[in-house]
Design a protein around this ligand. Structure first.
Ligand code: GLY
Length: 463
């Protein structure tokens, strides 16, 4: 946790951005896995963490926009709790640790919110994504559970996004720490990636590293020799010589900040010439993003320039043809990269995705596209110093997609289907790093850069 002043300043800044009424920030509760007392690892809501700091189930916070009063809600532990969990700080002490004067038992939330509603005051809440909070909001506000998300406050969403998008120095320190854990995870994967080893074994080692240095993985690990499937969580294969192993994995550090990196490496330690050719195109894309990402540039334009690098490279390999600017404008390259260049990262690996991508990644100036591929770009708007972004280009040969486009005769002016057919057994390559936008440009996050050049990877895999 940070010093109380950090949370106080954030709440004050939030209040200043809002018109009137109450801001209600709900924490998360335990989520049962297979019976009520056997729960998934607890994960606090990120906006609650941001404004009220504490990572424990059963809390809520209120900020009164009109008079500045703040409340922290939760229940003091009973003797039974002490017997099973040990002594716990009181709710009053917890509130003080984040600079809140008023602490109340959880059932008083109903009283404070009910009173505000009876006075026709606005209750601002964020879009809930957990069903228990949907039902709690129904109970508190009287809005039917099925309609609660539609009544989330857009004013509050926009205010929270504007604050959380620009990372404070203390947050950047935490993201760097999470990336240091990511370094350990990815270099371990490089050392373990040998023919005959199971994907599951390496994925398990990575998750152990994340848990042992920090909190847990920042999302479900993707580790596969079938990297053509973008989010492949199937770890059931035994690695085979000659295949590529794609690892997209990250850590959440002890203070819940995330990392997210991807490397694609040759099982057995040596890239074939064909793998090397495609790898170096994706690497050039990755470097292009790093070169272009800086304040005031839209991430949409960075994405498009990166796609041109990909298309030029594939044209050189004989897989694409024609005018590359036109091919990219038409979306032909999306056969090979049907996803966006990156997303924001912070307390969530896809930072603030629960608040709505149209508010996090887009604004009045840069609107989401509906074109296949570009539609999956999570972040298009102008960059600012303090934004933390992922830079994650890829090149995939997805047999079913190739068959579909070919049978439909899509983009035949730009795609050499006869040559593309020969790559249907290739798999996929993605390279991903996390970058901080600085006043001058950008920098990688984390102290050490995970090996990425062909030579660097072959060296670490050999040793
Ligand atoms: N790295 C996983 C994702 O961005 O979804």
């Amino acid at each position: 946790m940070f010093d109380a002043s950090i949370y106080k300043n954030r709440r004050q800044a939030l209040r200043k951005k809002m018109s009137n009424g109450l801001i209600l920030v709900l924490g998360n509760n335990e989520a049962p896995a297979n019976y009520p007392d056997n729960t998934y690892k607890f994960r606090q809501d990120s906006s609650f963490l941001y404004f009220f700091g504490h990572s424990h189930p059963g809390y809520a916070g209120i900020i009164d926009i009109d008079n500045g009063e703040e409340y922290f809600f939760g229940n003091d532990v009973s003797m039974d709790d002490i017997i099973w969990m040990g002594p716990q700080p009181s709710i009053k002490e917890l509130a003080e640790r984040v600079g809140v004067d008023k602490s109340l038992p959880f059932d008083q939330l109903n009283v404070i919110v009910g009173k505000a509603i009876s006075q026709h005051r606005k209750i601002h809440f964020l879009p809930p994504y957990r069903y228990d909070n949907v039902f709690l909001l129904e109970e508190l506000t009287g809005i039917k559970a099925s309609m609660v998300r539609h009544h989330a406050s857009i004013e509050l969403v926009k205010a929270v996004v504007s604050l959380r998008s620009v990372k404070e120095d203390c947050e950047i320190v935490e993201i760097d720490k999470a990336c240091n854990i990511g370094y350990e995870m990815h270099t371990a994967a490089m050392r373990l990636c040998k023919p005959g080893v199971s994907e599951q074994y390496i994925a398990g080692v990575l998750e152990g590293i994340a848990a042992s240095y920090g909190s847990m993985t920042s999302f479900a690990t993707i580790l596969t020799q079938n990297g053509q499937t973008l989010h492949n969580h199937d770890h059931s294969h035994i690695l085979q010589e000659g295949r590529l192993m794609l690892t997209d994995a990250g850590a959440e550090n002890i203070n819940n900040y995330c990392s997210d990196n991807t490397r694609t490496i040759p099982v057995g330690g040596k890239f074939t010439n064909r793998q090397c050719d495609v790898y170096n195109i994706v690497y050039a894309c990755h470097q292009k993003a790093l070169e272009l990402a800086k304040p005031d540039v839209t991430y949409m334009s960075v994405h498009i320039e990166v796609c041109k690098v990909l298309a030029h490279g594939l044209k050189d390999l004989g897989l694409m043809k024609g005018c590359i600017d036109e091919a990219v404008a038409a979306g032909a390259h999306a056969l090979f990269m049907p996803h966006g260049l990156g997303h924001m990262m912070g307390l969530d690996v896809h930072d603030m995705e629960d608040l709505g991508q149209q508010y996090v990644g887009y604004d009045d100036e840069v609107r989401p596209s509906s074109q296949f591929g570009l539609a999956s770009l999570r972040m298009g708007r102008r960059l600012k110093p303090g934004f933390v972004m992922t830079d994650e280009p890829g090149c995939y040969f997805i047999p079913a997609l190739i068959d579909k486009w070919k049978s439909e005769g899509l983009h035949t002016d730009y795609l050499n289907y006869d040559e593309i057919e020969k790559f249907k057994d290739f798999g996929g390559i993605r390279l991903e790093d996390d970058i901080l936008i600085t006043p001058e440009g950008s920098r990688f996050t984390g102290e050490k850069h995970i090996p990425i050049k062909v030579e660097e990877i072959e060296v670490i895999m050999k040793n």
